[in-house]
Design a protein around this ligand. Structure first.
Ligand SMILES: *[C@@H]1O[C@H](CO)[C@@H](O)[C@H](O)[C@H]1NC(C)=O
Length: 96
């Protein structure tokens, strides 16, 4: 059993080793829809990393309404009525 790489590690390695621009073209983040909502807590450390927020409408290509929090390397879809997010947004609005 020596010399085997766990599948997860191999996948990660492949991801790191393929800076293929076509890979990103295949899945442009702008057209990606939230298909499910994140349910975990939204700690301030996470919210601080948000680059921008978009509201995904349920009418066009996506069937789910959600706030999409765009972080540097991923996006998180949150229920549009999430209280902690609403409070945070309000706070942001007051700051600027
Ligand atoms: C939504 O808000 C509640 C607090 O009102 C929080 O406990 C929950 O984790 C939040 N998160 C998401 C992503 O829905």
């Amino acid at each position: 059993m020596k010399g085997t790489i766990p599948t997860g590690g191999l996948l990660l390695l492949l991801l790191l080793l393929s800076p293929d621009p076509r890979a990103t073209l295949l899945m442009p983040p702008s057209t990606a829809c939230c298909t499910q909502l994140y349910r975990g807590p939204l700690p301030n450390e996470l919210l601080k990393k948000v680059l921008h927020i978009a509201l995904q409408e349920a009418d066009r290509d996506c069937y789910l309404q959600a706030f999409v929090l765009h972080l540097a390397h991923r996006s998180i879809c949150v229920h549009p009525q999430n209280r902690s997010l609403a409070r945070w947004l309000e706070h942001q609005g007051r700051k600027r």
